[in-house]
Ligand binder design. Sequence first.
Ligand SMILES: Nc1ncnc2c1ncn2[C@@H]1O[C@H](COP(=O)(O)OP(=O)(O)OP(=O)(O)O)[C@@H](O)[C@H]1O
Ligand SMILES: [Mg+2]
Length: 469
Amino acid sequence: MTPTAAYSLRRRLLAWLLISTAVIGVVAMADTWNEAVDTANEVSDRVLAGSALAIAERVIVSEDGSLEVDIPYVALEMLTSAAQDRVFYRVDGPPGNFITGYQNLPSLARREGQAAAFGNAIFRGEPIRVAALARSASTGIRSVPFLVTVAETTMARQQLTRTILLRSALRLLFMMAGAAVIVWVAVTLSLRPLYRFSEAIAERSPDDLHPIDQQVPSEVQGLVETVNSFMVRLEGALDALRHFTGNASHQLRTPLAIIRTQLALANRAGTLEEARQAARKADEAVADAERLLAQLLLMARIDAATRAASMQQVDLVSLARSATADHVPQAADAGIDLGFEGEGEVQVMAEPLLLGELLKNLIANALLYAGSGAEVTVRILRPGDAAVLEVEDDGPGIPAEKRAAVLARFERGGRADASGTGLGLPIVEEIARLHGARLALLEGNAGRGLKVQVAFAPADNGPVPQLAR
Ligand SMILES: Nc1ncnc2c1ncn2[C@@H]1O[C@H](COP(=O)(O)OP(=O)(O)OP(=O)(O)O)[C@@H](O)[C@H]1O
Ligand SMILES: [Mg+2]
């Protein structure tokens, strides 16, 4: 059974790490793009400003007070040499007084100062970068302001941007590819112990339930310990099952053999009476087998209940009283005086069906083994706030040294001729254990017979009461 939506840890790790590497890469790339544009602009702007300054230095005031300029074409060549860019300029005198250059060239607002101002514009349908430098020329008597505007198309700086970007992008891609390889190798290596662990389990034969002895990372240590402790428990459960089925099939063989023998006898019987007798014996054997199967099924039910116990509040007095009443006809047939002692209500946490089976087994034992003329008492006591169930008889009882033995499965003693499976008391013990109750086999109050005591923990889950033995 695979859990739904299984996913690969490796794939998930790789996805997370690679996606974050890619995201970081994209962010770094955007940053590089900005940087490249800035750097290219800065470099080109400096050259542009240099040309404007070279022109400004050639502006002089003529004798009639007008401005004259002798354009130093070398200054403009500085620009054109870079690429196929085209260069434009204009020189303006005081506002509204165009002196030379391209009259339509857009300029920038006049700002008197040391540094040139820069801006972007469109000229003749092409994007241009504009630098404007405001200065004034002086004759010594008067000073005339002028504005030098130099512009160039942006091909060179775009080319520069592209070159810077391409180089950094290549470097970045190379680094990301390196990071991806490192991530891949690191994830694969880190997960290797997990693969080895699952291989170690897969290679095992189904009955090899020894603990796994594998070096694993501390994060998986808990998982390995859980698996190991599960295997130990599984081994225990399998042992118990093997033991139990072995015993059970052995026990069933006896009644089946009897049935077979008796049927053969009936087949060969000379008289009807002989045939009837054989049939009767076969019928008894069938009843035995039936009882054995019922007890085995009950045991299986206790095992299941142990896993999902459906405990509820049960009144022990009324449950015991009705179980006693159920057995009165059987007691009368056996010549036994069956009685009940108990008053009021005694609430315990219990599984009512299983508790009924416990009572049924104890009463049946008493009726079967105490012998005709005996007295059997089912009793509910309340020492303190605890609850104690007793089934007592004044029959032959079980000798103290044999009491532990009869609690083992299939262990029978005393009147071994009476039909029985040897599962009754083990079932009683299992049910008591399931209820957290203490089971004790004692001598009857009159110094004879058997008294079986089941002491339940008080409802608040306190300690199980210790009773005098
Ligand atoms: N009240 C009793 N008095 C004397 N001996 C008893 C009493 N109860 C049980 N025993 C002895 O203990 C043995 C085991 O009892 P247990 O109930 O486990 O098995 P069983 O009665 O033989 O078979 P089952 O109850 O499964 O049909 C019995 O065979 C019997 O010898
Ligand atoms: Mg019994």
